[in-house]
Every structure is written in structure tokens, then in C-alpha cells.
Design a protein around this ligand. Sequence first.
Ligand code: GAR
Length: 190
Amino acid sequence: MKNCKLALFASGNGSNAEAIIKYFLADKHVEVAAVYTNNKNAFVLQRAHRYGLAATVFTKEEFHAPAFTRQLQQQGFDMLVLAGFMWLVPPALVAAFPDKIINIHPALLPAYGGKGMYGHFVHEAVIRNKEKKSGITIHYVNEQYDRGDILFQAECPVLPDDTPDTLARRIHHLEHHHYPRVIAGLCRKI
Ligand code: GAR
């Protein structure tokens, strides 16, 4: 029986979600069991469909309701994995899944984190500030944006002719490689 049951949360494209789904397809211990999104037009819904995964769209009100947290608990998820998910997680949900919610951020936190710092905004700011390097951070989620304990970081260069798009591609490459492996490591400890 698989002993690490994951729920993925994504708000848009879902390339990280798909990298995680693919990585664990034939895994004996880890199961990606469901996809959750706050955006009914998110491309991640099509990705979930392609892999025959249950997908749930929810509103902000639902996200903050005790019933939502209860339902996640009843499903028996061992970990909630945020992969391009853009809402702050309500404190009651964080408390219900202590050290079981993780997120990926497309920069080297604590730099370039916080409210409004997501996706392209991060890469634009990094380039504007003429940083020489950027990278990814995988961290536990607490009740503040991008402030939970850091689990893993990987760096990449920022090249002189980078645009937010070229930097985003380099960062995505790092994310798709490392995020599934970090999750696998956490699942081994369950
Ligand atoms: C990823 O780069 C992820 O790190 C970032 O959004 C992108 C989603 O891409 N997340 C944040 O900025 C969270 N603050 P994807 O939908 O293709 O996985």
C-alpha cells in the first residue's frame, strides 16, 4: 500500500504539478491523489484530467471554511504540496497540517519573497536589481507568505541578457528537477 498520499495545490499553468505527478506515477510509496485549484480556468485542471486525477476547484470562502480543512483531513493526505499556488494558506489549515504543507518559491528566500512576489514579478525584480544569481526555495508553509522554515535551495546564474522569460525557464527547469526529489525525501520519513 502507498503510504504517502499527496494533494497538489496549483493556481495556473501547473508545470510543477505535472512534474510531480509524472515523477511518482510508478512509485510504490508515494501517491499523488488529488489536485486542488482556486482558478477554474487553470491549465493544471487539464493536466490533472490527462492523468485521471480528481481535481477540485474552490473559492476563497470555501478555502477559509472549517469544512474544507476537515475534508482534507478526512481524505488522509500526508502532505499538501503547493506548486504555483498563489493564495495565503489560512492559519487553521496550517495548524491542522503541522509541517505537512510545503511550497516552492522561484527565488532564493528570504530575498524576493512576501506578498505580491510571485511568478514573473519575482524574475522582473531580480533582473531589475541586476542580481548575478537566483534560484529556488522549497519551504514549509506557515501563516505568512514565504516565511516558513527552508528545506532546500538551489541556485542558478542570472545572465546579462536574461529577460523574465528566459530566467523563468531556467528556474522552472530547476524546480521540475528538485521539487519531486525533495518531496520523495520527506515521504521517506513518514
Ligand atoms: C513556479 O515558478 C513557482 O515557483 C511559482 O509560480 C510558478 C508556477 O509555475 N510560485 C510562486 O511564485 C509562489 N509564490 P507552474 O504553474 O508552471 O508550476
